[in-house]
Every structure is written in structure tokens, then in C-alpha cells.
Design a protein around this ligand. Sequence first.
Ligand code: G6P
Ligand code: ZN
Length: 543
Amino acid sequence: MSIRTVATTPFSDQKPGTSGLRKRVTHFQQPNYVENFIQSLFDSLPGRQGQTLVIGGDGRYFNDSVIQIAIRMAAANGFGKVMVGQGGILSTPAASHIIRHYGAFGGIVLSASHNPGGPDGDFGIKYNASNGGPAAEKITDAVFARSMEITQYKSVDTPDVDLGQIGVHDVAGMSVEVIDPVADYAALMETLFDFDAIAAMFAQGFTMRFDAMHAVTGPYARAIIEGRLGAPEGTVVNGNPLPDFGGGHPDPNLVHAKDLYDLMMSPDAPDFGAASDGDGDRNLIIGKNRFVTPSDSLALLAANAHLAPGYAKGLAGIARSMPTSAAADRVAQRLGIALYETPTGWKFFGNLLDSGQVTICGEESAGTGSDHVREKDGLWAVLLWLNILAARKQSVDEIVREHWTTYGRNYYSRHDYEEVDADDARALITDLRTKLPGLLANGLDGRKVILADDFSYNDPVDGSTATGQGLRIGFDDGSRMVFRLSGTGTVGATLRVYIERFEPGDGMHDRDTQEALADLIALADAVAEIKARTGRDAPTVIT
Ligand code: G6P
Ligand code: ZN
């Protein structure tokens, strides 16, 4: 089969962000846009000849077309084998596991995570390396550099591969194996958690709702929660993945999973509520009358992980992204293990996990995970919670309250200003950065400032440095505010403001979060001139 070489010209905007290249579907549909990016990626992967590439996605609109393009280009670029999920489906954590389990060279994950899908929605392409984790910046930088000078791409003229059935196909001499997207992942979960104890809890009448948001986790949750754990049929809702997520926004937060939240706050609430996002790496955890913030969930999972067989020997260390609350720091301190603070983006956990320095990681953006894969993992978090509930035989609310009494509570909230003018947003950050030395010297509004910097991270494993990762202003009472621009938005800029205040173990734990943080919120607005510069009266989303 002859390889076709097609002339092309560069696009100037193929720089991968926090989590791969993410744009509107219509943007990706420009002639050669997908091909240019995939060729730039392959050109940046020496040693790929004869190797195995994993391909899968969250099933969103355009997934099927791009998978076929990627398969043909992989054949033309010397890969020996492609493994692809049936129907083109692989959740992000499952893709990570498949790469590791089968010793693949890497994988292409097609997703825009929690962003809406459909013809007018978003699409994304992300590369994961052989450790199963998002490519390090030196790879994504190389891909971007290559995309700026690309002149041709390679493909083959072969018909589409039938992804509907499990089986092996030949594409221009390259083998394409269509695999069950769920089986290997489910088997991995069974090695980590006490499925018998969780099944016994369901058998005794424990009730749950898992909202798959018409996204990728539907088939996984049905197979594991309703299948292996024996929860009643109907426990998983919105379980059929749809190309446009049923018109919804597959972001498991209090805005987009409002139905679940309302149910959990109602008299009809089941014992446990959870949801996951478009590609299955995020999680939302809600008990009866008790929402658990992602930052608290990380701390709670770390404090209780030893109750699950996979973590019975204890944790090596904990890592959290810088804007995530310091709740996990207090757990690490008590356990006598290290706590690492990394920039936003799961890729920064990779080296710490690979080197065995941390076992559990988490981010305020609804991501938690462990060294079982190299991505955050929504269902993993749900199953660890179920394991903890089965072992402790207490409600979510009781467990959270006991935790706060032991460790104190970090009141925490994130305010997002979405789709603001990119220049205005950059200017806000630049100007605030110039104020930091003055704040450190003089305090702010009568408060003593003990930290005021632009976060930079030195990776303790490979010595690389990431600068400009967010402005931090920390006060002497443990309160903190952080300002950064999102790396995952697709239109304009998104300003994120993260606010946190520590309340000791014997303090007041029942205050409304926004109220408890009101003075800091006002202070953040004043110091960064948010309203004036964005022209917005209020954040677009509060989580
Ligand atoms: C993705 C990444 C996360 C990150 C989140 C928010 O989900 O995988 O690691 O925390 O985006 O990133 P952003 O740059 O939009 O705050
Ligand atoms: Zn996601």
C-alpha cells in the first residue's frame, strides 16, 4: 500500500494548552487542521517505528472522523499497531491504563473533557506518553514548534475501519485491534477496592445515583456499579454516551449537575451521589445534604485510603495543584508524608507518580487520582469513596464532619470569569504582578501578607522549571487568594480566582462558604480590580 504525502501549510495556533489542543469543532474542521497537528505530533515522536499506539475518545461529535484520520496517519508514519476502543470509546483514565497495561508507545485521546460537544461545541486532541500520562511540556513544545513549520503530512488510502465490533483489522500493513473499552479498566478497579464489601453494602439497601451526563463513563459505571457491585438498575442515569452529551454541558459541578445536587439536598436523596465529566477523569461527590468540595475530597480520600486494599500499606506522599486548598497538606502532615504543590495540569504529577514519591494526587478542578494510572480518574474516586463508606459504615456527612473536627476546615471557593477579553485579562494579571512586592512589604487592608509571588515549580525529578503559574497572595492566618488564567478555555480568556480561609478543628464549620469568604472575595476584587477591568458584576461560575 503506497503512502500518500500531502502538501500543507502551517496553522499558527496549534499550541497545546493545559490539556492538549482544544478548539471549536468548526476550527478543527478546517482542511488539514487535524492532519497538520497529528503529523506534527508524530514528527515529534522519534522511535515510534513498529510501536503500538492507543487511540480512543469520549465519543463526542467528530470523534469518529478523527479516529479514522489518526489510524491512517499512524499506518503511514510507521506505527506497527493501533489499539482502539470499540465504537471509538475510551475514557481518559481507561486510555491511560491501556497504554500502561499493554506497554504501548503512547496514545491519542480525543476529548475536550467537560466542554460541550456537538457540531458547535468543542473538540480536542491530546497525546499521552508511554507512562500513560499527558505528554510533558518538552513534547508539547516540540509539537507546537513543528506545527509552525510543517510542509507535508502522510496518510494512506484505505477504507474506514469498522469500530463497531471487537476484532483485528489490517490497515496498509499495520494491525488495528478494536478492544473492549471497559474490561481491562474494570479488572484494574477490582484489584484496588474491596468489591465484596461494597456489594454487601448495596445488598443491604445502600442507595446511590451516578450521573454519567450522557458522556463516556456510562458504559463503565453500568458495568462496574450495576454489574459487578450489584447496585440496582437505574443507579446510573444518563448512561448512554451521546455525540452532543444530550445538549448538556458534561461538567460535573454544581451548575451543570444541578439535578443531581437538587436530588441530594432533597428528602428523597439516596445515600450517595456522584457524577463524572465528558471523558471520565473528573468527579463530583455529594452525600445526603453534603456537597464535598474537590479539595476536601482529596484530603478525605488521602486520610482514609488505607481502608481500601490497594492502599492498605499507606501512601508514599500526596500531591495537589497549587490552587487546590491546603486541606490535604494537613493530612500529609499528620501522616508524616510529603506534600507536593504543583502547577495546574495533571501532567505535572507524572514524574512524582513515576518515581514513587506520591500515591494520591488531586486538583480543585474536580480531579483526583492515584498511581494506578497517570490521569485523574472519576470512577476511581467514586469507588474509593464507596469503599470508605462500606468500611466506616457512616454517612458522607458524618465522615466530612469528623474530618473537619480532626483537621480543621479549609473554606474554599473558585470564582470564574469566562470569555473575558484576552488582552484585558492578561493586563489584569500583569498589573497585579507588579503590585506583589508592595503587598508583601505593606500588607493588604490591614492584613499581614506572608506570601506574594508568581508561582513557579521546580520538578524535583527531572529538574525542569515551570514559571508564571499563577499569582498567590497568602496571609498569616492561613487565608489565601490565587489569580490565574485558565489554560483550557477556547474563547477569549477565563480568569480564575481561588479563595481559601482556614477554620481550626474547634471552630465554626457550618457557615455558608460564600459568606465565610465574603471579606476575602471583596479584597480579591479590590486588589485585582476585577469588576472594573472585566466589566463584569459577578463571576460566570462559582464553584
Ligand atoms: C483539565 C486538566 C486539569 C486542570 C483543569 C483546569 O481538566 O486536566 O489538570 O486542573 O483542566 O485547568 P485550567 O487551566 O482551565 O484551570
Ligand atoms: Zn475531563
